[in-house]
Design a protein. Structure first.
Length: 400
């Protein structure tokens, strides 16, 4: 929905609804969107943060399927302004783990998929509104380490620039502007804001990138440099930033100072263990599950140590006594505590307070995709009601 003043558009990410095929995605939207809209935005258009797998997106290239979906949007008073282009394939019900990053931006399949998403979004995006597509932060960091790391980064940058060229052509043809937003995440090529700024300043906004875009899109050097900053930015996932022990204000300021646009804020919260001990470590084991990767970042007196998943962290639990752990496990944004764990809700409240005072983006998207793996006592109201409660909580945080 459109928020008051310059606060932008608020929605939730439909990756919460399981479904890889278009029919399953559409069935989930038909079931839940009317219920959420009735609770949150009964008298005004409701924006949708749509997640499409590669398979579902390909199905929508069929004009009949696309027309059927458009009728659903029109009749329900929905509009689409942002897509989640991060998970390419399966995202629920079976192990995903580091597979969530496949194909990464070294793979032409990622470019083809993201181009397809942009073509679809251009058809749905209301005129006068910028669109956004969030995506994998380059690659999973262990895949980019070693002797060939420089070549891997160059390939990633080249493919991203090729996508920007596609976005430029969409803009020239339709008058609509779509931005690709890389999403920093623990254990990825860019996980910290510092790493993100370096990738943009050294590569994505650099002279080589501008030259390449000029060749692909037929732009002058100046036009290319402007297009890179217009069509590239970040998806600032608040959960990820909190897990990395970023400072809310300083991290947002660093992006702004570097001229890197925040094209989307993903509103999310993580699990937090203020002081690791034998009991909390044992309780964390109960939260380990086989579907998603739950990176852990440890802070001991300002020194950070990173683990790729809960089992790796638990192997070092005896050495971590007294340290703080933050875990990449999305929890409902309104919870200050879950089970015996604390959460990073205060970090999210701080980011929303900054946005309420000086808006940092036009796109806000709640992304708690883990409802089906949360303890049962946290999912008794029904998924539509839970989504509405999260959106209501965010709206209340943004009130003067």
């Amino acid at each position: 929905m459109q928020l008051d003043g310059l606060l932008g558009h608020l929605t939730y990410c439909t990756n919460i609804h399981a479904g890889e095929s278009w029919q399953k995605v559409f069935t989930g939207l038909q079931r839940h969107l009317p219920e959420v809209k009735a609770k949150i935005s009964p008298d005004a258009a409701f924006g949708v943060g749509l997640r499409l797998s590669a398979s579902a997106a390909k199905t929508l290239l069929d004009p009949l399927k696309l027309a059927e979906f458009q009728r659903f949007l029109d009749e329900g008073d929905y509009y689409i302004f942002t897509l989640n282009g991060f998970p390419y394939g399966n995202f629920h019900g079976q192990p995903v783990k580091e597979g969530a990053y496949r194909p990464d931006w070294t793979d032409p399949a990622r470019l083809k998929y993201t181009n397809m998403l942009a073509d679809l979004l251009a058809q749905w995006l209301p005129h006068g509104m910028q669109g956004s597509i969030s995506t994998v932060p380059g690659t999973f960091k262990p895949w980019a380490e070693g002797p060939g790391a420089k070549g891997i980064v160059s390939t990633i940058v080249d493919n991203i620039i090729a996508h920007v060229a596609h976005l430029v052509k969409i803009s020239q043809k339709t008058g609509k502007t779509i931005g690709l937003c890389l999403e920093p995440e623990p254990f990825c090529l860019i996980e910290t804001i510092e790493e993100t700024v370096c990738l943009f300043e050294d590569h994505l906004f650099g002279d080589r990138a501008a030259t390449r875009l000029s060749q692909l899109a037929g732009l002058s050097r100046t036009e290319s440099k402007n297009a890179l900053r217009r069509h590239l930015g970040v998806c600032y996932d608040v959960c990820h930033a909190a897990v990395e022990f970023e400072d809310p204000g300083a991290s947002l300021d660093a992006l702004d100072k570097a001229g890197i646009r925040i094209l989307k804020l993903q509103l999310s919260s993580a699990m937090r263990i203020p002081s690791v001990n034998a009991q909390t470590a044992a309780e964390l084991l109960a939260m380990d599950e086989p579907v998603y990767m739950h990176q852990v970042v440890e802070n001991r007196a300002g020194v950070l140590k990173r683990y790729s998943d809960i089992p790796e962290a638990l192997k070092e639990a005896d050495k971590a006594q007294g340290a703080e752990w933050r875990i990449h496990f999305h929890v409902p944004v309104f919870l200050e505590e879950m089970q015996t764990f604390a959460t990073t809700r205060q970090f999210l409240k701080d980011v929303l307070a900054i946005h309420a005072k000086t808006p940092v983006t036009e796109h806000l998207e709640v992304e708690t995709y883990t409802w089906d793996i949360l303890p049962q006592k946290y999912r008794t109201a029904g998924i539509s009601a839970d989504i509405a409660r999260e959106l209501d909580w965010v709206k209340n945080q943004l009130k003067p």
